[in-house]
Design a protein around this ligand. Structure first.
Ligand code: GLV
Ligand code: GLV
Length: 376
């Protein structure tokens, strides 16, 4: 291979490796045992000659690494992640290194985890599972692990970008929840989708009377119960979402405007029995304030995929029954992880070969959605 490409971690699948090898690259994969590589570890990997690096969200890609990569002749870096708060894009620009990320392939997988956590928290699945395994189940009881019904409740989405919108569609379509969202930009496609769900719900009872197929069982049910179709609105402030929603899922990017977006004050205005989900970045929530709030409000439940000081949890969190915690696995489906690896390889390859980088975070705006104005 004419070009040397380094991956700081083994990644799933072989497609990404083959793509690089077929295009004159020699691929070096770091197999060091430690999970999180330090800046020094990565400098050693880069060495004297390196054309591009595929890195991970656990690594601090700042001034030091971009200058080292540029000295080694490197032109490209790709994060194997959609989030890039670990990357100093200005420093990359300064050293002439193009930066890529991997949006798109993880949208549905991540939204599905947010949906899973919503249900798991609302229906107390983890507590119930622990109870069962501990041999405590000694017969059905009317008040055993009573949780929240999602149907007819309001789902609140903060940050209606690709992932936030996909999650909103799942909850509205799948569970007939009403939607309220907050985003800097109007999520027109999401609103149209919800409008369609509204129309179907509205028409279903009529089909129940006239349609000769048996689609209509659901329509009959709606009609018999005098149910309302779903509603939707774009909130004028984040506080409006926090106050009104029963289930709230956070999908902003992490930057200085979203750091501790959920803090003591915002928790205080949320419903006492609300469910809060975070599959974005840990520091979006003030985790110490959250632990305190969970202690004070046993009916308030959270589902967390990310933490403020990953891999650690703030003291007390692990002991709380009203918290469901998983280790940053929102994008962890086989299809998605192979897709992310492939996109990361294509980003680096594209730059080395002089094609446009597939995805450049310079062009991503906070709370990005399809109606965001083009970057300046
Ligand atoms: C994972 O957290 C990602 O940003 O892709
Ligand atoms: C990321 O994919 C987002 O815009 O939500």
């Amino acid at each position: 291979g004419k070009y040397r490409v380094v991956s700081t971690k083994p990644m799933p699948g072989t497609r990404w490796i083959n793509l690089l090898i077929e295009q004159d690259c020699r691929v070096e994969i770091c197999t060091q045992k430690k999970t999180i590589l330090s800046v020094e570890d990565i400098i050693a990997l880069i060495g004297d000659k390196c054309d591009g690096v595929i890195g991970q969200l656990t690594e601090d890609w700042g001034e030091t690494l971009f200058s080292a990569l540029s000295r080694a002749g490197g032109k490209a870096f790709s994060n194997m992640a959609v989030g890039y708060n670990n990357v100093d894009v200005d420093a990359a620009n300064k050293y002439g290194v193009a930066v890529g990320n991997t949006p798109g392939v993880l949208t549905e997988t991540t939204a599905e985890l947010a949906a899973s956590l919503s249900l798991t928290a609302a229906r107390r699945i983890v507590e119930a599972d622990e109870f069962m395994r501990a041999g405590l189940y000694d017969g059905w009881l009317p008040n055993l692990f009573v949780g929240n019904l999602l149907k007819g409740q309001t789902v609140g989405v903060i940050g209606a970008g690709r992932i936030g919108s996909a999650y909103a569609r799942m909850m509205v379509e799948g569970f007939k929840m009403n939607l309220i969202y907050y985003d800097l930009y109007q999520a027109t496609r999401l609103e149209k989708h919800v409008q369609l769900v509204y129309c179907i719900n509205l028409l279903a009872p009529h089909f129940a009377d006239t349609c000769m197929f048996h689609v209509p069982a659901y329509g009959q049910f709606l009609k018999a119960n005098g149910e309302q179709p779903v509603t939707w609105k774009r909130a004028s402030s984040m506080e409006e979402v926090l106050r009104e929603a029963d289930v709230i899922s956070l999908h902003p990017i992490l930057d200085k405007t979203t750091y501790h977006l959920v803090n003591k004050d915002s928790l205080a205005i949320m419903k006492k029995e609300a469910v809060l989900i975070n599959c974005s970045r840990g520091p979006v929530i003030d985790e110490v304030a959250l632990v305190e709030h969970l202690k004070q409000n046993p009916m308030f439940r959270v589902g967390l995929d990310v933490f403020e000081d990953e891999p650690y949890m703030k003291p007390g969190l692990a002991d709380l029954k009203n918290a469901v915690v998983v280790p940053h696995i929102a994008s962890a489906s086989k299809w998605t992880r192979e897709g992310m690896a492939t996109l990361a390889a294509l980003n680096v390859l594209g730059k080395i070969k002089g094609y446009p980088v597939w995805s450049n975070p310079n062009q991503v705006e906070p709370f990005l959605n399809e109606n965001a104005p083009p970057p300046a």
